[in-house]
Design a protein around this ligand. Structure first.
Ligand SMILES: [Zn+2]
Ligand SMILES: [Zn+2]
Length: 146
């Protein structure tokens, strides 16, 4: 991770906190950084395992609440999907997700036509859509059934 990226990550974080009237604490920043650097779409538990190494006193509950707060102030979002622990993402680059049902891996993919897909008139009248995403579920290469 280069310093510029680190710097812009911090700026984004502090701007969003300031706007939301949220105090910038080292723990909050650590949770955000852990999520923003990860490509794994981690659960609260796995963010906790990482952050604990630096802040041994932090609790899973605090990490969980911090992630929910980050989502509320627009720094993160939860990845769609059901059945398992909530998974988080801090990458707002319009992308789509594939989730493996066996190893629970969530992989980003980018497919332009999915980004620009037109909604039918009926839906557009009914809802104000602010984010569109595609979510695929199945088996990854390693888990593909014979
Ligand atoms: Zn898999
Ligand atoms: Zn993602």
């Amino acid at each position: 991770m280069n310093n510029n990226l680190e710097q812009s990550m911090f700026e984004e974080f502090s701007n969003a906190c300031r706007k939301a009237g949220l105090k910038i604490t080292p723990q909050r920043l650590a949770v955000y950084q852990c999520l923003a650097k990860s490509k794994e779409h981690p659960s609260a538990e796995s963010v906790y395992q990482q952050v604990k190494k630096v802040y041994p006193n932090i609790s899973l509950d605090t990490v969980n609440r911090t992630l929910v707060t980050l989502a509320k102030v627009g720094l993160a979002f939860t990845v769609e999907g059901s059945g398992d622990a909530k998974r988080f993402d801090a990458n707002f680059d319009g992308h789509q997700h594939f989730k493996c049902l066996k190893c629970k891996k969530i992989v980003d993919f980018y497919y332009e036509p999915f980004k620009d897909i037109e909604l039918p008139e009926k839906l557009r009248r009914k809802f104000e859509v602010v984010r569109k995403t595609f979510y695929l579920e199945g088996y990854c290469k390693d888990c593909k059934r014979e």
